[in-house]
Design a protein around this ligand. Structure first.
Ligand code: ZN
Length: 284
């Protein structure tokens, strides 16, 4: 039986990473290729019953039934609370306003004091960020915006791969130098420090790469919608909705319901909204 859920005894039947023996490069399965687990393939370290009980206690069971009104939307798993680092979750589908709330805060206000946010506000701030990043309101109708957006999405995977390869090469160089220094009985402190820095950077980037790889479908959909505009930059306002813009978003960090920092797929960041008493960029 195939399932998307997994526990320790399940076997990942299609590896997320394989080594290409011709090029010696790691080939990453970027989410768009099917991944699934074969249930009960061999006996897990923890019994399945125990595992499920623990998941239930932790409240980490991702099924819709257990998460109440949990629903996957373009914002799911990508809106992060800057105060505690946890994700914002959607709730109150049947209330007048759909709201998002920090998951720690939802458990207890003692864990995190982050205020809830209206979904409409999240949409507004993302739109503001996207418009700011691309100067959308100052565009003439020369088609350059559509060209730029199309290029960014088409090249995004190559850019991401290049970034990963560069860091890997840097790490390898460092390791070789460190080994050499050890053999020559030289001081390795500096080299070790440098290597640890690279390793730390790789660890931070890995999370971003992982999220990027999961968003293949958003990028494909947005590329298709860009084609429909037939080169008219002005027409972009018609398609500027959340799932379209989501193709460029890695995550959104929530400082307050009025102040977001949006991390884009090229690593750049845009701050949008306002501090208490004024806009962050000096606007009145
Ligand atoms: Zn929080």
């Amino acid at each position: 039986m195939l399932t998307n859920e997994r526990y320790a005894g399940d076997v990942l039947s299609r590896k997320t990473c394989t080594l290409d023996f011709r090029t010696h490069k790691t080939v990453v399965n970027r989410g768009h290729k099917p991944q699934y687990y074969i249930e009960d393939h061999h006996e897990g370290i923890v019994s399945k019953e125990d595992y499920e009980r623990v998941q239930e206690i932790l409240g980490d069971n991702k099924s819709e039934f257990n998460r109440g009104d949990y629903e996957k939307t373009p914002f799911t798993s990508r809106v992060i609370c800057t105060h505690c680092g946890k994700n914002f979750h959607r709730f109150g589908k049947n209330l007048e306003q759909t709201m998002w709330r920090c998951s720690s805060n939802k458990k207890s206000e003692l864990l995190c004091e982050a205020d809830p946010i209206e979904e409409a506000q999240m949409e507004n701030l993302l739109k503001e960020g996207f418009e700011k990043r691309y100067n959308i309101n100052q565009r003439t109708n020369d088609g350059l915006l559509i060209k730029q957006l199309t290029k960014e999405l088409s090249n995004a995977e190559a850019v991401r791969e290049r970034e990963q390869n560069l860091l890997r090469v840097e790490l390898e160089k460092c390791l070789i130098a460190e080994n050499k220094a050890i053999l020559q009985n030289l001081d390795t402190e500096d080299l070790k420090e440098k290597r640890q820095e690279i390793e730390k950077e790789i660890a931070v980037k890995s999370k971003l790469w992982e999220d990027f790889d999961r968003d293949y479908e958003f990028r494909e959909a947005s590329l298709n919608r860009l084609k429909e505009l037939k080169g008219s930059d002005k027409a972009i306002n018609k398609i500027l909705d959340i799932s379209f813009m989501r193709a460029w978003v890695i995550h959104i960090k929530v400082e307050s319901p009025f102040l977001f920092s949006i991390k884009w797929i090229d690593g750049k960041e845009t701050v949008v909204g306002k501090f208490k008493g004024g806009y962050h960029d000096g606007r009145k």
